[in-house]
Design a protein around this ligand. Sequence first.
Ligand code: NAD
Ligand code: TYD
Length: 337
Amino acid sequence: MKLFVTGGAGFIGSNFIRYMLNEHSDIEIVNFDALTYAGNLENLKEIDGDGRYRFVKGDICEYEHVKSAMQGCDIVVHFAAESHVDRSITGPAVFVRTNVIGTQVLLNVAKELKVQRFHHVSTDEVYGMIELDSKEEWVEDSPYNPRSPYAASKAASDHLVRAYHITYGLPITITNCSNNFGPYHFPEKLIPLAVTNILEGKKIPIYKPGNQVRDWLYVTDHCRAIDLVLEKGKIGETYLVGSQHREYTNLEVARMILKILGESEDKIEMVGDRPGHDVKYAINASKIRRELGWEPEHDFEDWLEKTVQWYRDNEDWWKRVKSGEYQDYYKKQYSNR
Ligand code: NAD
Ligand code: TYD
């Protein structure tokens, strides 16, 4: 079985490639990634020299290149995307290019090459937001209501994937997952930003009022869910993936990180809120639990502690990441808040 993985040099894609090579001896993987600011081959240095793995630097919007690289592959697992909500607010165009047009190019090539499966990795953010005092949880057929340019571009890509199934019979599956955390998470997202800022002697910027809620899932649980969907998922189906642990507000997460690192709460800096900020996401993952036997295996508090330790142990990795293009972004993003 040969997998064509897009965006495999990013956070979740690199964890997925490592996971699949560890779990399955009989697979080959082509990692097709443009190496944008978020793509980093260092994320995969442990598998350098593994004969089952090959990297191709390429842009998913470029039809000819995608077509030549996908030749001979059985399954597409599509992670490549622009993934950060704040960047989508300041520069939405690249989100439409990569997330919408790039997905359509991949779908077309997958159709032409008659791949056995096109698995699309998506987000719970397509469903919009839930009020803080509501007990509502999203299920697979909850209505789409994306509220950020990022979420809107992912929603458009989900619709295209379903349209290729209905119109052309492309064998697709989709997972919409909640917020992931773990090793190799780019330090512009809340958890790795908070941890690395503290390790650098800086503060944690929390968007006011800090009571917003996310459903954090350890990245390996997400990788296992995708593996199970590839193995047992029904063609044409969508599966929601989320942890369903108790709710943690952003301020609580920041306080937990400070406690693990032995720092006081004056290291939290309340900053201006994100425009159109979704206050809460909540997934009901009963379908994948019931139909595929998936369960999250990593407790949030234990694995937050282990993740913090990973950033402590891998200072070289995140210092190199933070010293690049990210510096300019960080200055722009937080200077007026
Ligand atoms: P990431 O930003 O860490 O990585 C994205 C990867 O895509 C990078 O390696 C980048 O180089 C590559 N890429 C970007 N544009 C490309 C292009 N035009 N051609 C080829 N490669 C390109 O993202 P992530 O957090 O690992 O997310 C991966 C996927 O999972 C995304 O589709 C995202 O929407 C989805 N998702 C993420 C989360 C999360 O919490 N991070 C949760 C649910 C779903
Ligand atoms: P983020 O990690 O950007 O993921 P997403 O917006 O896709 O859920 O943000 C997680 C939560 O943390 C979200 O409610 C916004 C908030 N946040 C902050 O309070 N401060 C920050 O510096 C960042 C990046 C996020």
